[in-house]
Design a binder for this molecule. Structure first.
Ligand SMILES: Cc1cc2nc3c(=O)[nH]c(=O)nc-3n(C[C@H](O)[C@H](O)[C@H](O)COP(=O)(O)OP(=O)(O)OC[C@H]3O[C@@H](n4cnc5c(N)ncnc54)[C@H](O)[C@@H]3O)c2cc1C
Length: 415
């Protein structure tokens, strides 16, 4: 049989992740003959790990607010979000039976708290339109003839033909999920500029080695402030963070990491306010009460009402007060210094963790070379991009998936 006839499609979609699945469904819904080529043996491998396995699908914010949550080229998303918004996405998922719920900060999750249910929902749509998915198939090259796309070839030498190809290969973060940056090489084959991929929303290494002793400790309801070069205050928030064996992570740190990436992480400090609800005066009164309660105890045994136990030895050492000092011998000056440390627990940023640990990739295919209304390449007709392969990146809160689904939908519609 003629291979060209058997492997002939209207649209080839490379990557069965968030953007690729959505693109395939959208193209098929308007009657296009599609095929999804996926290098893994299952669809949506990254989707399965999103939101700690719960998948923060999208956010309830309006379009303006969504765009504000993209420090990386948010304005590029105006058209596509107007074409397919967070509300359209939810209508689509609900139509296929997925129940969703709203949580703090507008975050939307499946009611079941299972990311797997989001993938299953997409697979229902894939089945409805009989979209073939070829697993264990890694696309190696684009076929471009006379400056127009005509198909792709795979690692194993197979050729697939189509008038349109959608590159939905993701970024470079969490490469174990399949997104190893292949899309950048494909984009370069088509003459596209690729902005150097860098980790974004990433844990941070700190210079202080004591973080190792705090590994696994999660702090809730703390104030976090990042300072840049020359002690300039860059960003402040209130929320949750986590100590790791090399530094810090958790929601507020991930967001802060994206903001300080603009300073190349150089000379950046993070200060934790361990008692954000108490101003200096109230905190001193609180310390007085605690020290009265524990007046016959040693200092190191008098902080249990104030700090998590794991943190006490580190805190005591940083305060430079003799741990064995009996509490009633602590001077007013020492007590005020303890208060200051509670409000200003400082850490020095050394560097970001690698792309392997980043939630998203900053960088990717230059947005200036993509038509933001259609996702089509401005350089090669018939070539489309969708999802994280494009140089867009958003904060946590369901924004990155919103962009992947929306750009996927738009690419599918115009491909
Ligand atoms: C731990 C973690 C948690 C996250 N949690 C959230 C969250 O809760 N909410 C949120 O909005 N965002 C979250 N994100 C970000 C979000 O997952 C991504 O932005 C989103 O998945 C990008 O979608 P995509 O389709 O562009 O890429 P991916 O989802 O990465 O899909 C790309 C697909 O292409 C395939 N592929 C790659 N190269 C080839 C090739 N050459 N041939 C064939 N197939 C190929 C890959 O195997 C993969 O299946 C999280 C990310 C991580 C790492």
């Amino acid at each position: 049989m003629n291979k060209q006839l058997t492997n002939n499609y209207d649209v080839i979609i490379i990557g069965a992740g968030a953007a690729g699945l959505m693109a395939a469904v959208s193209a098929s819904s308007i009657g296009k003959k599609c095929i999804l080529l996926e290098k893994n043996k299952i669809p949506g491998k990254k989707l399965l790990v999103t939101g700690k396995g719960r998948c923060n699908i999208t956010n309830s914010a309006d379009i303006e607010e969504i765009i504000r949550n993209f420090p990386g080229n948010g304005k590029f998303l105006y058209s596509t979000l107007n074409n397919f918004s967070n509300k359209d996405l939810l209508d689509f998922l609900h139509e296929y039976g997925l129940k969703t719920k709203l949580e703090r900060g507008g975050r939307i999750f499946p009611v079941s708290d299972r990311a797997g249910d989001v993938v299953k929902t997409f697979m229902k749509a894939v089945e409805r339109y009989n979209i073939p998915i070829k697993y264990n198939t890694s696309v190696k090259d684009l076929i471009i003839q006379d400056q127009k796309i005509t198909g792709v070839t795979t690692q194993t030498g197979e050729t697939y033909y189509a008038d349109s190809v959608i590159v939905a290969t993701g970024g470079m973060s969490y490469p174990k999920t399949g997104s190893t940056g292949d899309g950048y090489a494909l984009a370069k084959q088509a003459g596209h500029q690729v902005i150097a991929p860098q980790p974004a929303l990433v844990p941070l290494y700190t210079k202080e080695k004591f973080v190792k002793d705090l590994m696994g400790l999660s702090l809730r309801n703390v104030g976090i402030t990042f300072y840049g070069p020359n002690g300039k205050k860059i960003w402040s928030d209130f929320g949750e963070m986590l100590f790791t064996h090399f530094g810090i992570s958790g929601p507020t740190v991930l967001t802060g990491s994206r903001i300080i990436s603009e300073y190349q992480y150089k000379d950046c400090k993070m200060v934790i306010d361990l008692k954000p609800a108490l101003d200096e005066k109230k905190l001193d009164a609180r310390l007085l009460r605690d020290f009265e309660k524990y007046h016959n105890k040693q200092y190191k045994n008098a902080l249990s009402d104030l700090l998590p136990s794991k943190m006490i030895p580190v805190f005591v050492e940083l305060s430079e007060i003799n741990p064995e000092l009996i509490v009633n011998q602590i001077t007013a000056e020492q007590r005020r210094a303890i208060g200051r440390l509670l409000k200003n627990f400082g850490l020095t940023v050394e560097k970001p963790a690698s792309l392997n640990e980043a939630i998203v990739t900053k960088g990717g295919v230059n947005v200036k070379e993509i038509n933001s209304s259609t996702m089509e390449s401005n350089l090669v007709p018939g070539l489309f991009f969708a999802g994280e392969v494009i140089d867009i990146d958003g904060f946590t809160g369901g924004f990155n998936l919103t962009a992947a689904f929306s750009t996927g939908y738009t690419a599918g519609l115009y491909a």
